[in-house]
Design a protein around this ligand. Sequence first.
Ligand code: S3P
Length: 443
Amino acid sequence: MSHMSRLTQGLHGEVAVPGDKSISHRALMIGGLAVGETAIHGLLEAGDVHRTAMAMSALGASVKRRDGGEYRVAGRGVGGLAEPSSVLDMGNSGTGVRLLLGLAAGHPFTSFFSGDASLSARPMQRVTAPLSRMGASFLGRSGGRLPLAVTGAPDPIPLVYELPVASAQVKSAVLLAGLNAPGATTVVEPRPTRDHTEIMLRKFGAEVVVEPLPEGGRAVTVTGQPELAASDITVPGDFSSAAFAIVASLIVPGSKLTLRRVGINPLRSGLLPTLREMGAEITVTTLNDGDGEALADLQVCASELRGTDVPPERAPAMIDEFPILAMAAACANGTTKLRGLGELRVKETDRLAAIARGLEACGVRVEQAGDDLTIRGKGRPPPGGAQIAVELDHRIAMAFLVLGMTTQEPVGIDDAAPIATSFPQFIEMMNGLGAKIERESAS
Ligand code: S3P
């Protein structure tokens, strides 16, 4: 169903965005490996996380929702998952499938994974390569793509693995497989990526050691075969969802918005320093740690933004925020350079191409050279007036709807359904704050 976003007069109010997607996946998976019953408060109730909940149930964990939205996961213990009797359809969820491949790789049974057209086009070899070295075997399409079968290792081999790409999904897949291996499994990451897996494993009682490396990287080691104890998890608001409301408030004149209890893990929230460099007025009030995850209330006021240069080293800490940052850059005064964006090509769609194409259609000058994107802002919103093909990508859909809030001509998207994979309340929440996002009639 296509939607369009029209010029709005300002966004105002106070909201809490839904739970963090990355942390929600991990809570279900690690809860499923613990001994006892894990309670999860604030789990993200969205398509991707539902897929993981269903998959964990199929693998033998019991996942139940209570009235009021709390989830209970009865775990099977490390190494205790059971062979699923049907194909695990992971929908659109790259995190779901890659982390579950790690879990399945450490269990001696065969499971089958499938996904939608977007997920089936994404590379899985980045996880199957290290997991094969731990003793698992895989049968998939060319490039190791889904649908994919995995037969886990009866005796997984601990591994020392240097990540060829900065990817928290690959790191987490190897660490989760390493849970069932005797001895230490180490992932060396040249650039630190989000550490939600490490934080949560520790919370459940695993031994996880993180060593800084000379060039800024890290070595993360998990000791295998721990007894994980069920825990109580409160999931923070998703910074990646909050990012859409943050940028919307910055670029729609007159806006003032407060976002409550947002996760601001420093390895996730690289958008904040970037926006500040652009002149954004954002007040961060830190709150007590939520389960080792940094938490804050954020207050955002409409601001006059200027162009900036985002260094490639910062990319992993804001990898999901480039689509929405690009919308801010399109309204800023001057040139913004986004560098080291190679990984955007293998997200839910080729985001590098989708951002460039969409912005050009909205009247913005954009240059793409290799993995870098240059966006030339004019200090006022671009004309808009384009219809964007979202290609099953929730973040492309939300980013362009945000741009349409400040352009003279509306910005449309051809399909709003993918938004439900991460942020089902997005349209209703933004409209509640003053946005004008409407369903387009099929005429
Ligand atoms: C995620 C890691 C990132 C990110 C994705 C969630 C995670 O992917 O883009 O949305 O939860 O570990 P990569 O690890 O492939 O960069």
